[in-house]
Design a protein around this ligand. Structure first.
Ligand code: FAD
Ligand code: SF4
Ligand code: SF4
Length: 482
């Protein structure tokens, strides 16, 4: 079939239609509508099929983007889906929430003025169609393998590894301390970016493929790490990072100063229909409040946008650098601006005042100095630029650090880096202990879903090599029953 590609000169870049702001503030649903078939085809046909596709080079899972764009342009969506799912376990999720402007699309070589191919949304369209048409099938390994692998953490790293290993016939058990699988995809990322049914149907299909999920199972509490180590032939640790970085200013211990994740988990649980007393009693609910969010990353954007949807009176984001130096995705910032969030650039909190709870926050102006090692300009506080804001709720969104996991697991043999992440051999993802692997945020620090998927896939490959090359040994397993 011949299809005209290189249509970027004739066809304009377009994203799926966004729901109007007034309407989208009334609920937590995805803000983008879906591409219809015609538009997805048109957008895919804008690709110039580069010999060296920089989009692919900058996609963490090295998606074969030009191939599936060509197939989508030719309306061969089933084949496009086959190609797309061969490198990515959750393409519809990445298509929605990857910061494409920093990854594939940001590196698309279509000349300036023509704007990049909307790769993420075409990827989502392909896999959404696959779900609608029933092309997404549970894993059905051709042959069973009696070796078992224990995976700690049912986030994207753990789930991607589980699927890859199950394809090879291994017996997979995932242990997670939460009541639902999905990690931050279910409890961190808000619904308006990633609807929860999208994550839940992935969990269901993994279960149908024979992967066993143990929810409400906190390793280190429910059972010891050593217990799992003895039960399985290999272990993958994919526990993510959850320790919020704190603000070091007076008043930060006042009630009504919350961590971003407490705020977002509460909101996501409410959306999932759970009983959430801290939301219902108004404590972790922004309704009718003046809210200040401190931070400039994607988590901060999730908090400000959640607060406006909860009915806050006013939502202000304080960020110590300027817009150009923000670490988050510009697309997310522009959504927040459209939704009425106020941004105080070059501002940092220096004091929080209140009697029994937060009442005002003192904010200092900041001047940017020379770039630091990250390449971003260093902020310096200006003592004569102090102002006060009335506030009822402060949310700290300054990033996350790993919890002292090895201590929690009471397993001192696992080595950690100076940043508290688990030390691995980056070629094999194996920790300092043979047969124990690690993947995702617990290795890299707070990162992205697509990197967690990539790590999970790499770890799965290495676990398979390890178990195949050590076939005569009992690996980690000793006879213990859970
Ligand atoms: P996680 O997703 O954190 O999963 C780890 C799992 O391990 C959890 O389910 C946890 O319950 C479990 N666990 C931890 N300790 C134990 C234990 N002792 N026993 C049993 N289970 C345990 N990335 C994007 O690409 N796009 C985005 O838009 C985006 N938005 C984000 C918004 C927020 C608010 C946050 C916090 C993160 C966001 N991220 C985003 C980052 C992304 O969610 C993470 O990088 C990714 O989820 C990491 O995957 P993971 O599998 O390593 O860990
Ligand atoms: Fe782009 Fe993410 Fe899809 Fe890769 S996985 S093509 S980076 S949207
Ligand atoms: Fe197509 Fe852009 Fe990738 Fe080139 S860089 S193959 S034009 S999507």
């Amino acid at each position: 079939m011949t299809t005209k590609l290189l249509q970027f000169v004739n066809e304009k870049q377009s994203m799926p239609e966004k729901r109007i702001t007034k309407k989208r503030l009334k609920d937590f649903k995805e803000i983008y509508k879906q591409f219809d078939e015609k538009e997805a085809k048109k957008q895919a046909s804008r690709c110039s099929q580069c010999g060296i596709p920089f989009c692919q080079v900058h996609c963490p899972v090295q998606n074969n983007i030009p191939d599936w764009l060509k197939l989508a342009a030719e309306n061969r969506l089933k084949e496009a889906y086959e190609v797309s799912q061969s490198t990515n376990n959750f393409p519809e999720i990445c298509g929605s929430i990857c910061p494409q402007d920093r990854l594939c699309e940001g590196n698309c070589v279509i000349e300036k003025g023509f704007e990049s191919v909307t790769i993420g949304r075409v990827e989502k369209h392909i896999t959404d169609t696959a779900w609608e048409k029933g092309w997404v099938k549970p894993v059905n390994p051709p042959i069973e393998n009696n070796k078992s692998i224990g995976i700690i953490g049912a986030g994207p790293a753990g789930m991607a590894a589980a699927e890859q290993l199950r394809k090879k016939g291994y017996q997979i058990e995932i242990y997670d301390r939460y009541d639902r699988a999905g990690g931050l995809m279910i409890y961190g990322i808000p619904n308006f970016k990633l609807e929860k049914y999208v994550v839940e149907r992935r969990t269901q299909i993994l279960k149908k493929g024979g992967i066993v999920f143990h929810q409400n199972f906190e390793v280190g509490k429910t059972k010891s790490f050593d217990h799992l180590r003895k039960k399985h032939n290999a272990i993958l640790i994919a526990t993510g990072v959850y320790k919020a970085r704190d603000l070091d200013i007076p008043g930060v211990k006042l009630p009504n100063v919350f961590s971003a994740l407490d705020f977002l988990i509460t909101s996501n649980r409410k959306g999932l229909g759970d009983d959430v007393p801290n939301f219902d009693n108004g404590k972790l609910n922004a309704e009718k409040k003046n809210v200040v969010v401190v931070g400039g990353g994607d988590t901060a954007m999730d908090c400000v946008r959640t607060a406006v949807r909860q009915g806050a009176i006013r939502v202000i984001c304080l960020y110590r650098r300027n817009k150009e130096n923000m670490p988050g995705s510009m697309r997310e910032v522009s959504h927040a601006e459209e939704e009425g969030v106020e941004f105080n650039w070059l501002s940092t909190p220096v004091n929080i005042f209140g009697n029994k709870q937060v009442e005002t926050i003192e904010v200092a102006k900041v001047k940017l100095g020379k770039p630091d090692t990250s390449g971003r300009d260093t902020p310096k506080i200006l003592v004569n630029g102090i102002s006060k804001l009335k506030v009822d709720m402060v949310i700290k969104a300054l990033g996350f650090d790993p919890e002292p996991l090895p201590k929690l697991f009471n397993y001192p043999l696992l080595k950690v880096t100076q940043w508290g992440t688990i030390k691995v051999d980056h070629k094999t993802m194996m920790t300092s202990e043979p047969g124990i692997f690690a993947a995702g945020d617990i290795v890299r620090g707070g990162s992205l879903v697509v990197w967690a998927i990539k790590d999970g896939r790499d770890a799965a490959e290495s676990i398979n090599n390890y178990l195949s090359n050590n076939a005569s040994e009992e690996n980690l397993k000793q006879s213990v029953s859970v």
